[in-house]
Design a protein around this ligand. Structure first.
Ligand SMILES: NC(=O)c1ccc[n+]([C@@H]2O[C@H](COP(=O)([O-])OP(=O)(O)OC[C@H]3O[C@@H](n4cnc5c(N)ncnc54)[C@H](O)[C@@H]3O)[C@@H](O)[C@H]2O)c1
Length: 407
C-alpha cells in the first residue's frame, strides 16, 4: 500500500482551491496538513470558503509553515513574484514541491531555483497542467506516432474570454515586474506546449515578436467611468464587458469578494481595466525557429466571447489540427486528402479535466524518485522564451537564444 503524504498549500488564492479541496477530502494518497497565506484575512476567508477542517494547521508566516517537520511536500500557488523565494524555501526545508507556472518572473530566477534544486534531493514539479488535458495528450500521441512525417511548421493560439482576459489587467499580473509579463504569466503553458509537441530535446534558437496594448488603454474607457468597478456608475457597469464579478477568482459576490486581498496596490481588486497602472500588452504575436529548422508562431488575444486554444502542425505527410472549441483533432493526409477525426471527451475537473491528474502525477514523481516530465527545466524554457519574445517586442530586433541559456 502507498504511504499517505502530508501536504501543505502555500498562497491561498484562486489557484490553491483546486488543490486544497482535493487534499482535504478523502484523497487515498495524501492529506492536507497545513495552509499558509501572508494575508491573515485571506487565510480565514479562504478556509471558511473551502470548509477546511479544524485540524488543518493555519499559518501566516511562511518560515513557520516550512518548519513543520512532518510536512512531506508543498503545493506553491503564490504569485509569480514570490515563486523564487517560495521554491528556495521549500528546497532549503527539504520539502518536495509542486510549483505553479510560470516558474518565475525572469529566466535568471528560474536558473537560481534550478541550481538550488540540483543540489537537493527533493522532487521539483512544474505545474504545466495543460499536458494533462485529454485533448492535448491525444494530440501529442498523434504527433509522436509520426503520421505527419517530418514536422515543418507549428502554430499555437490562445484566445481568452473577455472576463478572463480582463483579470490580467487588474490583478497582480498587470505589473510585468510581478508577473514577468503577459506572455510569461498566461502563456507559459502555450510556450511549453509548443516545446512539448515539437520535442523537448529541441531548442528555440531565434525569436521575434510584435505586441501592444490596443484595447485596455485609459482613453478607451467609457466617459465618466469609475477608478474601480465598485465606484463606477451603474449605467456604465451594466454595459461593460469587463466588469469585475469576482467570479473569475471565487464564485462569490458582494462588497468584499474574497479575491480582494489586503494589499490593493499589488493585487488590484476590482480596479478598472482601463487603468493606467499597468504595463502589460493586450495582444501579441511571436515567431520562432528551432535548432532543427522547424518554424512556428504563437498568437495571443484577450477580447473574445469564447476562450479557445488551437494548435496546428504542418508535416511533410499530413496536417494535424486541434481546437478546444471543437474538442477534436483532425488529421488530413497530404497525398490522399483523407481526413481522420478524433473526438475527445473532456474529463471532469478544471482545465478540461487536466487538474484532476495533477496531484497524483506529483505524488507519483515523489514516490518513484523519477524526475517528472513537467520538470523545472521545462519551466525555465518557457520563461526564457517569453523573456526573449518580450525583448524582441520592445527592441524591434530578432533575438537569438544561446544553448547555455537553457541550463
Ligand atoms: N496552472 C494554471 O492553469 C493556473 C491557473 C491560475 C493561476 N495559476 C498560477 O497560480 C499562481 C497563483 O495565482 P492566483 O490567481 O491563485 O493568485 P491570487 O492573487 O488569487 O492568490 C495568491 C495568494 O498568494 C498569497 N501570497 C503572496 N505572497 C505570499 C507568500 N510569500 N507566502 C504565502 N502566500 C503569499 C496572496 O496573499 C494571495 O492570497 C500564479 O503563479 C498563477 O499564474 C496557474
Amino acid at each position: 500500500m502507498s504511504r499517505i503524504f502530508k501536504v501543505g498549500v502555500l498562497g491561498l488564492g484562486a489557484r490553491a482551491e483546486s488543490f486544497s479541496r482535493k487534499l482535504d477530502g478523502n484523497h487515498p494518497r495524501a492529506q492536507l496538513l497545513a495552509v499558509c497565506d501572508v494575508d491573515p484575512d485571506r487565510l480565514v476567508q479562504y478556509c471558511d470558503y473551502c470548509g477546511h477542517k479544524e485540524g488543518v494547521r493555519r499559518f501566516t508566516d511562511p518560515s513557520k509553515f516550512f518548519a513543520q517537520e512532518d510536512m512531506d511536500a508543498v503545493v506553491i500557488t503564490t504569485p509569480e513574484f514570490v515563486h523564487k523565494e517560495s521554491a528556495l524555501a521549500a528546497i532549503a526545508a527539504g520539502k518536495h514541491f509542486y510549483l505553479e507556472k510560470a516558474m518565475a518572473t525572469t529566466s535568471e530566477d528560474c536558473r537560481t531555483i534550478l541550481r538550488a534544486h540540483r543540489k537537493s534531493r527533493v522532487t521539483g514539479y512544474l505545474g504545466f497542467n495543460m499536458r494533462w488535458n485529454p485533448l492535448f495528450r491525444r494530440f501529442k500521441e498523434i504527433v509522436d506516432c509520426g503520421v505527419a512525417g517530418k514536422i515543418v511548421h507549428v502554430a499555437g493560439l490562445e484566445q481568452l474570454h473577455q472576463a478572463h482576459g480582463a483579470a490580467f489587467m487588474r490583478r497582480f499580473h498587470r505589473h510585468s515586474a510581478r508577473s514577468g509579463g503577459l506572455l510569461n504569466t498566461k502563456c507559459a503553458h502555450d510556450l511549453d506546449m509548443l516545446r512539448w509537441l515539437v520535442g523537448v530535446r529541441h531548442r528555440v534558437t531565434k525569436v521575434a515578436s510584435f505586441g501592444g496594448t490596443n484595447v485596455f488603454l485609459p482613453q478607451n474607457g467609457p466617459p465618466g467611468h469609475g477608478t474601480h468597478c465598485s465606484n463606477c456608475p451603474e449605467r456604465i457597469r451594466r454595459s461593460c464587458s469587463y466588469v469585475d464579478r469576482a467570479g473569475f477568482v471565487f464564485p462569490v459576490s458582494g462588497p468584499t469578494p474574497l479575491h480582494k486581498t489586503r494589499d490593493q496596490a499589488i493585487y488590484g481588486g476590482d480596479l478598472c481595466v482601463y487603468n493606467d497602472d499597468k504595463d502589460l500588452v493586450d495582444n501579441q504575436t511571436v515567431i520562432l525557429e528551432w535548432d532543427h529548422g522547424v518554424r512556428g508562431n504563437f498568437n495571443l488575444q484577450l477580447f473574445q466571447n469564447r476562450g479557445r486554444r488551437a494548435y496546428t502542425i504542418w508535416g511533410e505527410q499530413a496536417l494535424l489540427e486541434m481546437d478546444t472549441l471543437w474538442g477534436e483533432i483532425r488529421v488530413t493526409h497530404s497525398t490522399s486528402g483523407e481526413v481522420q477525426t478524433h473526438k475527445i471527451q473532456p474529463a471532469k475537473g478544471g482545465h478540461g479535466g487536466a487538474d484532476a491528474f495533477l496531484i497524483d502525477s506529483f505524488l507519483d514523481a515523489i514516490e518513484s524518485g523519477v524526475a517528472p516530465d513537467s520538470d523545472l527545466s521545462a519551466g525555465l524554457a518557457a520563461t526564457l522564451l517569453a523573456e526573449k519574445a518580450d525583448e524582441s517586442r520592445t527592441t524591434g530586433r530578432v533575438v537569438e537564444i544561446r544553448q547555455d541559456e537553457y541550463l
